[in-house]
Write a protein that binds this ligand. Structure first.
Ligand code: CMC
Length: 428
């Protein structure tokens, strides 16, 4: 017999069905709670709210498990290419050879951006943060493709927008950097794969030959896979909410990029490096900074520590930590920030404050160090996260639209003043 949840309210008993997912997660389906009881649930920060049913990503924060479409993240990070993972997330299964080749060819076909887009870049100040540039330029793509304004026009039109976004995002991300440097834009080279092409557009100059280091390509491939999806986090929920109003996909993804930018979400990778540099410049006394992080009167937090859902360890951090050691060794880089990061991790993991609150290093703790080793400038770190997360956002949006989910519109409990009469301005 299926389980039933009972709620007692004002002496009356109500029954609600329990929904069980394929990984045995259970939820009380309160879809008609307000209609039958007059009550709503109150859950600030959505800590206990399942906002949707999804078949894309599963994670178990207590056990440190992360799977995309049933495949463990460890296997995908070790063996797959980023485009294989993108295909898996968006279309549901790993591609066969022909499917992957045609996916790659389709994306490559869309790596160029309209020449007019270059003028947008030129209008930004050199100091513009590349996340602000990326978000607004991606939104502005909707003005070049007016047919995309109706996101549900046809499955073919929808897929074309998806391919355009995947193809153009690395070009736009690399150009955001080139623009900040006031360097000439480098056009995509379509015989390069996704990661290699991005690195080429980032680092090549018209004045010299540039060879992309395969160690760097491999590391980037892994990092993008680890970032590719993470179920209903802040930016993905933003994508689903914005998309639920039937806004076009460019605008929807631009909103996701804006949400990712914050230091409590994807912006943490930049914040981690800035924190490590601060500690380093301050003499490297890790204990002092751990004390600051524990002090309730001090707003300082250990960036790259803690996670809303991982309460044991973040499996992505375990993979990244190893990749970080490998990359630094292969590239023969001796980074004092890595030493500080390792000390910080050790001190925090042995400290009761962090242990009792289940605060462990998250994906961003080590990713910044790898990005730094790959030569990616600090302000571009969150852009890298956005490039990785793009297929996840697209997959979640596609799933939501295919399931005809209703517009996202939470309730609230009003706590303001109940009634007042208007007083003319000269009498206030
Ligand atoms: N340093 C010091 N104390 C912390 C930290 C930290 N990094 N994170 C949480 N705490 C404390 C917090 O003060 C609170 O203590 P108390 O119970 O005494 O009030 C307790 O731990 C619970 O914290 P919370 O803020 O209620 O937890 P949350 O689930 O709302 O926030 C978080 C999760 C990731 C926003 C938070 O841990 C944080 O701010 N971490 C630093 C930023 C960071 O690394 N963000 C990247 C997350 S991973 C990338 C992604 O997927 O977005």
């Amino acid at each position: 017999m299926s389980e039933i949840a009972k709620i007692e309210l004002e002496g009356k008993s109500y029954e609600f069905p329990v929904f069980e997912g394929t990984e045995n997660e259970k939820a009380i389906d309160i879809g008609n709670l307000r209609a039958v009881t007059g009550y709503v649930t109150l859950d600030t920060g959505y800590k206990n709210t399942g906002a949707t049913k999804s078949a894309i990503t599963f994670l178990d924060g207590e056990k440190g498990i992360l799977k995309y479409r049933g495949y463990p993240i460890e296997q995908l990070a070790e063996k797959a290419s980023f485009l294989e993972v993108a295909y898996l997330l968006i279309y549901g299964d790993l591609p066969n050879k022909t499917q992957l080749e045609s996916f790659q060819a389709d994306i490559t076909n869309h790596t160029l951006v309209h020449e007019d887009v270059k003028q947008f870049f030129e209008a930004y100040p050199a100091k513009a943060h590349p996340m602000g540039v990326l978000s607004s330029i991606i939104c502005s793509l909707s003005t070049f493709y007016p047919e995309s304004l109706d996101p549900n026009r046809s499955p073919e039109a929808k897929n074309l927008t998806i391919l355009r976004l995947l193809g153009k995002a690395p070009t736009l991300a690399a150009w955001a950097y080139k623009n900040a440097m006031r360097h000439p834009f480098i056009y995509p080279k379509n015989d390069y794969d996704y990661c290699k092409n991005f690195l080429y557009m980032m680092f090549a100059l018209p004045t010299a030959d540039y060879k992309v280091d395969p160690v760097v390509v491999d590391a980037l491939n892994k990092l993008l896979i680890l970032h590719a999806d993470h179920e209903q986090n802040c930016s993905t929920s933003t994508v689903r909410i914005v998309g639920s109003s039937q806004a076009n996909l460019y605008a929807t993804i631009a909103a996701g990029i804006a949400a990712l930018w914050g230091p409590l979400h994807g912006g943490a990778n930049q914040a981690v490096i800035e924190m490590l540099e601060k500690i380093h410049n301050d003499g490297g006394d890790v204990d002092k900074w751990v004390l600051k992080a524990k002090d309730k009167d001090d707003s300082f937090r250990l960036m790259g520590f803690g996670h809303r859902v991982y309460k044991n360890f973040d499996p992505r951090a375990t993979i990244i930590k190893k990749a970080c050691d490998d990359v630094l060794e292969k590239l023969k880089i001796n980074d004092p920030l890595l030493e500080i990061a390792k000390k910080l991790e050790k001190v925090a993991l042995e400290d009761d404050y962090f242990k009792s609150r289940n605060l462990y290093p998250n994906v961003d703790f080590y990713s910044g160090i790898i990005y730094k080793a790959l030569g990616i400038p600090t302000e571009m770190f969150t852009v890298m996260f956005a490039l990785g997360r793009l297929p996840g956002w697209i997959a979640q949006w596609k799933e939501m639209t295919e399931n005809n989910e209703p517009i996202g519109r939470p309730r609230q409990i009003y706590t303001g003043i109940v009634n007042r009469d208007y007083i003319p301005i000269d009498q206030r």
